[in-house]
Design a protein around this ligand. Structure first.
Ligand code: ATP
Length: 258
């Protein structure tokens, strides 16, 4: 689906990504984890074509150089949920979600655009405040509206769509955290791919099928959750002691800190 080789990125002479190699397949749910400042958001931005590296040919999306994609076409194949969503948008909730449909119409939305918006608002549990001013929502409610916008953007017939999400669980209560991860998981069950920056390692272990652990702009470990989440690797990356055990109810990998 997407492959990056020797990704190097620097800003203001600071080296932020160093020789990052990444391959993400169809149907994969990849969680990018790592301490603050490790380069997770930067990597996501590079892969999502939002910031450019020196070598434009080193990222391939669906076997074509990412930089060579037509941007309008690309927006139907991939969408991104950003860590810092706009807090001030003077629109109704349903109109913010409709922004995800802009690649599909010129002046007036079509009936399928309204259907996509409604479906996405139901999935993200924002339908009941669709006619509210976006600016009047709480932080977690605004997050869900943006998730809705991203789902609406990728509601199409394109095979193998790709969703980037940068810390989508910020501000969400526990029910909506699980609901969001279940939505992302469902999205990947049809051959679509999700690349998600997460801070909660236990949720990453539970929902993702691959983990990319970053530290200091580099990939420290990449593989299955049980391969990456070892006491030694996590303690090294986070410089904090941890113990790995099994969840008493569902047998998932569980990481206890301290
Ligand atoms: N424009 C910039 N100029 C200088 N340094 C930058 C710039 N952008 C990012 N950085 C630095 O690059 C490093 C990686 O940033 P990035 O936001 O990718 O980290 P992250 O792993 O997503 O962190 P967090 O978990 O805190 O969100 C940080 O140390 C950050 O301060």
């Amino acid at each position: 689906m997407i492959k990056g080789q020797q990704i190097n990125y620097q800003s203001q002479k600071v080296s932020i990504l160093k020789d990052v190699e990444i391959t993400v397949g169809y149907g994969e749910f990849l969680a990018i984890v790592g301490p603050n400042g490790a380069g997770k958001s930067s990597l996501l931005n590079v892969l999502a074509n939002e910031i450019k590296t020196d070598n434009k040919k080193n990222i391939h999306f669906k076997d074509k150089i990412l930089a060579d994609w037509n941007l309008e076409e690309l927006s139907k194949h991939k969408a991104k949920f950003s860590q810092h969503n706009a807090q001030d948008i003077p629109l109704l909730v349903k109109d913010v979600v409709m922004m995800g449909r802009y690649p599909y119409f010129n002046s007036q939305p079509h009936s399928e655009d309204f259907k996509s918006v409604e479906k996405a608002m139901i999935e993200t549990d924002v339908i009941h405040f669709q006619n509210r001013e976006y600016n009047s929502l709480s932080g977690g409610e605004k997050q869900r509206v943006h998730l809705s916008r991203v789902l609406a953007q990728l509601d199409n017939d394109v095979a193998h769509r790709l969703m980037f999400l940068d810390e989508p669980l910020n501000n969400l209560d526990i029910k909506h955290q699980y609901r969001t991860l279940e939505l992302i998981k469902k999205f990947t069950e049809n051959g679509n791919t999700a690349i998600v920056v997460l801070h909660d390692l236990n949720l990453a272990a539970r929902f993702a099928n691959k983990i990319l652990l970053m530290e200091n702009g580099q990939v420290l470990s990449h593989g299955l959750p049980e391969e990456v989440f070892t006491e030694e690797t996590i303690s090294k990356a986070y410089n904090f002691p941890c113990t790995i055990c099994k969840h008493p109810v569902n047998d998932d990998t569980m990481i206890l800190f301290g």
